[in-house]
Design a binder for this molecule. Structure first.
Ligand code: GLA
Length: 375
């Protein structure tokens, strides 16, 4: 199975933590379709930790919680599939999951077979309670082999938070995406920390195995399991722009059955999702940092460029970049025709440099699509 663009979907953890059940999963599946999220590209619905009984059955198989999932996982998977969605689940490479439930250490092949039987299409695989004596990379390789031999295409989503130099070995494991950093929480500080840590890891991202910056907090507004303070709409827009621009998987973490119009607008913004799902999946590069303006550039399929400008300061900035900083000196004889991907505004054709006609506020961003035109 080859994954060519960052996976997109919804995951239960950020908002619901342990409070999950089949009713939540079914109504979320309904909402993914009714609110246009599936159409926008979000096709994986993933149940995170806390779904299992505390003990395995007599055949050493994992058992779904009878209280939370009385109909069993196959029935839940069938429902999710009936909506045109794919179904994801969670386990862990150690002796217990992060929340203390039975985990897959030394049960990898049995569990992969069970997941395949239930109709699972995606497995998030965590890193808690790893025995000290065992190498982490071997545990991910082992589950990678179990999944590759289970008879079903299952997307392997590794979640070792970048620990033990994950970037050096993750592509030996069969993983299709890997958590490159620690857990997100619903605050600007957390978003900014994950952005900072991602910069050095960009060279490891690419088609086939994507750097996962963690589930989105867009629309949580301070509610839920990783709630904390919440962010402003502008901060959520910047967060979404960063994850999209850096080719991270886009896994929604809010309650999508109850989204504000702003949340829905951000999560379904076609032009920004297009930057994330660009078929070329090229690596972004830092173009310049002037007077508080941080400008990044990414080449897109077909020849256009995306320039992302972030205000990471605590003061207003005028978005700005010089074309020579992205490799386009005056001698190239080209200009850039620039449009704003969030507002749809056409800023016109520029030579040598772009200076935005408007300022942006702290934590806001400007996502620009630049078309190269000949003079
Ligand atoms: C870890 C992961 C989270 C979540 C929890 C569940 O902290 O990084 O994303 O899956 O475990 O317990």
């Amino acid at each position: 199975m080859i994954v060519r663009t960052p996976p997109m979907g919804w995951n239960s953890w950020n908002t619901f933590g342990p409070n999950i059940n089949e009713e939540l999963i079914k109504t979320t599946a309904d909402a993914m379709v009714e609110n246009g999220l599936l159409e926008a590209g979000y096709n994986y619905l993933v149940i995170d930790d806390c779904w299992a009984e505390r003990t395995r059955d007599e055949n050493h198989r994992l058992v779904p919680s009878k209280e939370k999932f009385p109909s069993g996982m196959k029935a839940v998977a069938d429902y999710v599939h009936s909506k045109g969605l794919k179904f994801g689940m969670y386990s862990c490479s150690g002796t217990l999951t992060c929340a203390g439930y039975p985990s897959s250490f030394q049960y990898e092949f049995i569990d992969a077979a069970t997941f395949a039987e239930w109709g699972v299409d995606f497995l998030k695989y965590d890193y808690c309670f790893k025995p000290q004596s065992v190498r982490g990379d071997l545990l991910y390789k082992r589950m990678g082999m179990a999944l590759a031999n289970c008879g079903r295409d299952i997307l392997f989503s590794a979640c070792s938070w970048g620990a033990d130099k994950t970037h050096e070995w993750i592509k030996t494991t069969g993983a299709h995406m890997w958590r490159s950093t620690g857990d997100i929480n619903d605050s600007w500080q957390s978003i900014k920390d994950l952005y900072d840590k991602q910069i050095a890891l960009q060279p490891y991202n690419g088609k086939g195995c994507f750097n996962d910056m963690d589930m989105l907090v867009v629309g949580m507004n301070g509610k839920g399991n990783v709630g904390l303070k919440g962010c402003t709409t502008e901060e959520y827009r910047t967060h979404f722009s960063m994850w999209a621009f850096f080719n991270s998987p886009l896994m929604i973490g809010c309650d999508i059955r109850d989204m504000t119009p702003e949340t829905k607008e951000i999560l379904t913004k076609k032009e920004i999702i297009g930057i994330n799902q660009d078929p070329a999946q090229r690596q972004p590069f830092l173009a310049c940092e002037y007077w508080g303006t941080t400008a990044w550039c990414k080449e897109l399929e077909g020849g256009d460029l995306c320039v992302a400008i972030f205000d990471l300061q605590e003061y207003d900035i005028t978005p700005f970049f010089i074309f020579s900083d992205i490799g386009l000196d005056r001698s190239c004889g080209v200009r850039l025709e620039i449009t704003d991907l969030w507002t749809g505004e056409d800023y016109g054709v520029f030579r040598d440099q772009f200076r935005s006609p408007k300022t942006i506020k702290p934590h806001e961003c400007m996502m620009l699509r630049c078309k190269i035109v000949h003079e």
